[in-house]
Design a protein around this ligand. Structure first.
Ligand SMILES: [Zn+2]
Ligand SMILES: [Zn+2]
Length: 226
């Protein structure tokens, strides 16, 4: 698997080589030429999106037009794309392609249609759902509560050695994130908390979604998100 940092928000685009002749692309966030050269010599079998934010789709149209590869996204984020997708994901759906075996998990919170791709056996591409040190950006207290529930029920039940590859920045593991996550849950958080939260944010530091020591781990996905 290749991790390519692309576009103005340093989005992680991933290319999976599934044997000699086929490949998959995840989140073409920019730099179409770089992505095309990464898949050169293979048949790009699909373009998969962890969610619909524009910082993950900047090279989508170009990559699709150049390769003809079908675009897959969760139906709840489909309206955000600059082009109509050919494939709408279902939670728990499997994709088998040569040596690649992926399972799709619907993880709402950062966006309604956020998904993770479990690359079996122990690697997850989690999009902007989780980063080292904190959850992805949310736009309301309800979204934040949903994201916490998603993480609690779907992510922090995985074996600690499970590797997590986020939509921006460096990879981490479930084990590394579990302790600060559970400490955060134990401390509790203000009812109106949302935005760019980190697990080490103290409850009193959160007000109207703006941590007072605002760290910039924003999913900068364009207009309309702070
Ligand atoms: Zn995002
Ligand atoms: Zn993002």
């Amino acid at each position: 698997m290749l991790r390519l940092s692309v576009g103005p928000y340093k989005t992680n685009s991933y290319v999976l080589l599934c044997g000699q002749t086929r490949s998959l692309a995840v989140d073409p966030g920019g730099d179409a030429a770089t992505l095309l050269s990464a898949v050169a010599g293979t048949e790009l079998a699909a373009i998969l999106l962890t969610h619909g934010h524009s910082d993950h789709t900047r090279a989508l149209v170009e990559l699709h037009r150049a390769t003809g590869a079908p675009i897959g996204v969760h139906p709840r984020d489909a309206h955000m794309l600059p082009i109509a997708p050919q494939w709408l994901f279902e939670d728990g759906e499997d994709l088998r392609l040569a040596r690649c075996h992926l399972r799709i998990h619907h993880l709402p919170g950062h966006s309604p249609g956020s998904v993770a791709f479990e690359v079996l056996p122990d690697l997850w591409l989690v999009g902007d759902t989780l980063f080292p040190g904190g959850p992805g950006h949310t736009d309301s207290p309800d979204q934040f509560a949903q994201l916490i529930q998603t993480l609690w029920q779907r992510v922090f039940v995985l074996p600690p050695e499970t590797r997590l590859f986020p939509g921006h920045g460096a990879p981490t593991t479930v084990g590394r994130e579990a302790e600060p996550f559970h400490a955060f849950l134990q401390r509790g958080w203000a009812e109106d908390a949302y935005g760019d939260v980190r697990w080490d944010t103290r409850p009193g530091d959160l007000s109207n979604g703006k941590p007072s020591d605002s760290q910039t781990r924003v999913c900068a996905d364009g207009v309309g998100h702070g």
